[in-house]
Every structure is written in C-alpha cells, then in structure tokens.
Design a protein around this ligand. Structure first.
Ligand code: ADP
Ligand code: ZN
Length: 293
C-alpha cells in the first residue's frame, strides 16, 4: 500500500511516497513558487504511483476545521499567491483518494512520536525554530487541535534586559517568533545565525527566549518529551543555554527528567514528511472505517 506525503513549506515542498512501515520509496524537493507551478510539479510526481491516500503537513495558518467552507485551505499567509489556496480540494480533485491535512509542525510531532526522538510516547511536543517558530503537539496519542491549530510560536515572552531589538512579527512585533526566529537573529545581530556560532551572547539571549516559551508549554501541556528542530537549532550550543534557563524558570516546581533526555534534537532527517505519510495513513483508515461501519 503506497501513501503520498507532502511537507508544504514556505521555501520548498518535500514530497515522498512511502509504505505503511515508514519506508520512503521516493522523495523530491520542489521549490515553493506560485501554487499552479509548485502543485503542478507535486501532482506530476505523485501521478507515477498508485497511491491510496495523501497526507499534507502545511505551513500556515491553515483551516483545519472540517465544518468550515474553507477547510483544507492555506489562509492568511504572508505568501500572497498562496492565500486561500485550496490545497486539499486540489489534491482530491486530481487523485480521488482521501487527503489528510495538518500543520507542518503537527506532522513533524507525529513523525517523531512514531519513529523518532519521542518514539512510543503518547505525549510530546515538536518545536521548530527556523524562518518562523511553531509547535505541534501530541496529547493523549492524538494531534492537538481545538478551535483551530495551535500557534505556539506567537507566545508572549519577557524581554531580555539587554535586548533593544523591537522584534519583527508583523502581528505582535516582539512575540517569541518576532524575537527569536532566524530572521530576527539576522536583523538583531547583523548576520545569519550560522555565522554567529561563536558569539555566546547571541545564544545566551536566544536560550533565554526559547526557555520561556518551553516553560509555558510544559506548564500547560505537560509533554513527556520536547523535540527542538529547525535551522536555528543547528546551533547545538543552544541546548545548554536552554537547559539553564528552563531550570531557573521552573525553580524546582515541576519535576522533570534530566533535561538532556527531555529536551532533545529530532532523530529523523525529515520528521515533517514522515509525519505527512502517517497523516495519509490516518486519512485512509478513517475513510475505510467509515465505509465499513
Ligand atoms: P524553514 O523554517 O524555512 O522551513 P529552516 O528550519 O531551515 O527552514 O530555517 C531557516 C532559518 O534558520 C533561517 O533564518 C536561517 O538563517 C536559520 N538557520 C539555518 N541554518 C542555521 C544554522 N546552522 N545556524 C543558525 N541558524 C540557521
Ligand atoms: Zn507574533
């Protein structure tokens, strides 16, 4: 049985065909340009296979409310060409198979919980710190959704006493994403994150912000493990700064496992695309179960 998975990102779409055991048979990277071009190439790639379902883990915000007229669309993205783009309907009309739809970070959380750093846990969090900041959560073995999907990257944080940078979130200026995503690092410090590796004050401040967000997530969701991914987390020296601040903020109030085993890097190379394949499998099972019952 073959599934299609799409990790739809702002700079690239990673598409894969895989089986029910998490084996990837073929994978491609397609640049994110305009929907017609990018999705045309995505669909050409999938047409060579007999797929039974497709899963999408998408950049957002997206409409995941099945009762909504715009379910399956990318909604208020700053990427103008993709605003209100009906990605689910487009795939359904082309392939006539079930299509599952979640955020990219929820897909990554599912991937890591099934095969990666949170394998076997019914509760975990996947946080990406890249061009933006976002998090997906598994709670009670299920992807967390409510009114819509969570938007944990826009959490409010206390300012670092030495930070004079105004922040760059177009909605809130100095939310977590506005102060700590890759583009904020570049604007505040004048260089790409990768070029700031030996500037300890950069990672001290970055750890200060990330730890505050993790504190909120720990207090509210009580995840059994937190996986930190995304380009900025390529700076492994960030982890000890995060541990130090999480410990100070929690002040012994919540009993956690050793932080090195609790706040960890991803174990999968592409958790988002693996998760998208799992979302496809879930969509297939849901459809099948509803037909037979
Ligand atoms: P995206 O979030 O667009 O899917 P990434 O997770 O790769 O992609 O994040 C890209 C961001 O991460 C950019 O702002 C980039 O500057 C930053 N980044 C990428 N690699 C590194 C690195 N090794 N160290 C620090 N920052 C990095
Ligand atoms: Zn914000």
């Amino acid at each position: 049985m073959l599934f299609g998975g799409i990790e739809a990102g702002g700079t690239k779409f990673v598409c894969a065909v895989g089986d029910q055991n998490g084996n990837i048979i073929q994978k491609v990277r397609i640049p994110t340009t305009v929907p017609e071009e990018t999705m045309g190439r995505v669909m050409d790639f999938f047409k060579a296979f007999e797929l039974v379902a497709i899963g999408v883990g998408s950049f957002g915000p997206i409409d995941v409310d099945r009762g909504s007229a715009t379910y399956g669309c990318i909604t208020t993205t700053p990427k103008v060409a993709w605003r209100q783009y009906p990605i689910v309907r487009t795939l359904q009309e082309a392939f006539h198979i079930p299509v599952g739809f979640h955020t990219d970070v929820n897909a990554a959380a599912l991937g890591e919980a099934t095969y990666g750093a949170a394998k076997g846990l019914d509760s975990c969090l996947y946080v990406t710190i890249g061009t933006g900041i976002g998090a997906g959560a598994i709670v009670g073995g299920k992807l967390l959704e409510g009114l819509s999907h969570p938007e944990m990257g826009h959490t409010v944080v206390r300012r670092h006493p030495e930070d004079l940078y105004r922040g760059r979130c177009p909605y809130h200026a100095d939310c977590l994403e506005g102060l700590a995503a890759g583009p904020a690092l570049k604007e505040r410090w004048g260089a790409e994150g990768a070029a700031l590796a030996d500037r300890s004050e950069v990672w001290e401040m970055e750890g200060y912000y990330i730890a505050q967000a993790l504190l909120q997530y720990i207090l509210i969701l009580s995840p059994k493990r937190i996986v930190l991914g995304g380009g900025v987390m390529g700076q492994k020296q960030l982890f000890p700064h995060i541990f130090k601040h999480v410990e100070a903020l929690l002040s012994g109030y919540v009993k956690l496992p050793a932080l090195e085993s609790y706040i960890v890097p991803p174990a999968l190379e592409d958790p988002g695309v693996i998760g998208s394949l799992l979302i496809a499998e879930q969509a297939y099972k849901k459809e099948y179960t509803s037909i037979v019952s």
